[in-house]
Design a protein around this ligand. Structure first.
Ligand SMILES: [Ca+2]
Ligand SMILES: [Ca+2]
Length: 219
């Protein structure tokens, strides 16, 4: 004999299903989805319309240019990698026998289930002929303690061997490439200094352009 479904039973079942669906949709998302950036002004966009000589909290010394490259164009910032949404970058080196450095002190929270990771974009412009494959001009990237006195980890080295074109000239846009990621999980919960230091030897200058410098993770 076929079983008859009572209308009140069906209505109760539907009501229970509706209540379950409503409570499920009201729950917070079970997985973290937001990327948290720990580097301040790593995109260097605040050079636009500003003084062009500094971008807090970056500390600079030597041959470093955020903008105003000294060619009589005070509204000119270092060309970046995405002209439509991303105008400015930073330039280290580009002059023989100089050192150029930027650094900032930042705190890496002990949050998230992985990372954080360090990434950046670079464009190397050099007059080095590269015939003998020797890295004469270099960019050293390091993590130090907050005072800058003690090296914690060497992160990366870029050199003239990665050049995309001749040394930087006014308005020149080269070829940008992404770098990393480098895992910084060992430094969760610490305050550290992130430092970029460019060295040029005495001949054939090399410019290291940097943009979208990031240390961050999802939580
Ligand atoms: Ca930028
Ligand atoms: Ca050189």
């Amino acid at each position: 004999m076929p079983m008859k479904i009572q209308v009140p039973m069906l209505a109760a079942a539907l009501a229970a299903l509706t209540t379950f669906a409503a409570s499920a949709s009201a729950d917070p998302l079970p997985f973290p989805t937001l990327f948290h950036e720990y580097v301040s002004n790593g995109d260097f966009e605040s050079a636009a319309g500003a003084s062009y000589s500094s971008i807090a909290p970056w500390v600079k010394s030597g041959t470093v240019f955020f903008g105003d490259l000294g060619f009589g164009a005070p509204n000119f910032c270092v060309p970046s990698r995405g002209p439509s949404t991303n105008h400015c970058a930073v330039e280290l080196g580009g002059i023989n026998s100089t050192v150029g450095e930027i650094n900032q002190v930042l705190t890496i929270p002990a949050r998230g289930t992985s990372g954080p990771t360090f990434t950046y974009w670079i464009d190397v412009l050099s007059d080095e002929p590269n015939n003998n494959a020797i890295p004469y001009d270099t960019l050293e990237i390091d993590l130090l303690d907050a005072s800058g006195g003690r090296l914690l980890m060497h992160l990366a080295t870029n050199t003239n061997l990665q050049k995309s074109g001749p040394n930087a000239t006014f308005g020149q846009v080269g070829s940008w490439r992404p770098q990393g990621p480098h895992n910084l999980a060992a430094f969760r919960g610490q305050t550290v200094m992130l430092r970029f230091r460019a060295f040029n030897d005495s001949i054939y200058p090399t410019t290291f352009r940097l943009d979208d410098i990031s240390i961050g993770t999802i939580w």
